[in-house]
Write a protein that binds this ligand. Sequence first.
Ligand code: CP
Length: 314
Amino acid sequence: MKYFTQFESKKLADQLIEKALSYKTNPLVDHKKGIGKRIGCIFLNPSLRTRASTQIAALNLGMEPIVMNMDKEGWALEMKEGAVMNKGTVEHIKDAAAVLGSYFDILAIRAFPSLTNKQEDIEDFTFNQFIKYSGVPVISLESAIRHPLQSLADMVTIHEHTREIKKPKVVLTWAPHIKAIPHAVANSFAEWTLGCEHDLTITHPVGYELDPMFTKGAHIELDQKKALEDADFVYVKNWSAFNDYGKIVTTDSSWMLTEKHFKHAKNAKVMHCLPVRRNVELSDEILDGKRSLVQEQANNRIYAAQSVISHILG
Ligand code: CP
């Protein structure tokens, strides 16, 4: 595996989940595997979990992680081919990515969407420019359209809680937010949940339909109450409109989950990738209650990243 950017196959997902669980039991078992190698973690956007968990994962494998906050500390990058660079950008991605590729054995990149240029976003243009010009293995730390390390950690978390459930009912529900939020987590979660052959229902207000590329095979149920019936796992996430690209269609607060939403899903567990806006996206009573798996998910980010880095190291 040279690139970890999306769901590839159930076989690979199963291998990565098993490896992550084994690293969770014994994080330092491969502590010499990456000695003498470096991973460059390049952030074009903010992060807490992805930044810290990827560094810990690399250190557990004996690798040296170096983090660059390119949005704040690097030169302003030009992404367009053939650009006449007489405005704000200082360095072309062609030059920067090639230099980074020569410094690191693996590059890990976070590049959010603009939410204004739909075509560039759905082509994952910025992220793919790094792949094109770096010449080394690349791990996605969240691109414009996917967040595969988060999804792998989510699959590990579901796996840990489904010992007695044959085919869990997983519900992805839209939640209110005050800002326009990317689709990457929701897209990836749908892609991985369906790829791992779980039963997926997606619920959202009219106008929040996701890109069908990621949701084929899911049940779409616009009535949140119906969608939640008999759910085993409820994944809560906000996203902006995909069709009316990047727009906020509604912020209807009745979509924020509280205990009363779980009348017909007594044992449902609740998931969220974090960061979460408390009492806007998700209520305190759910986040601080017994249903919540959010801290487990965040913890599993370490072992998901460790599993992927280890797989790339070979
Ligand atoms: N879930 C997640 O990716 O968190 P950060 O944005 O803090 O990395």
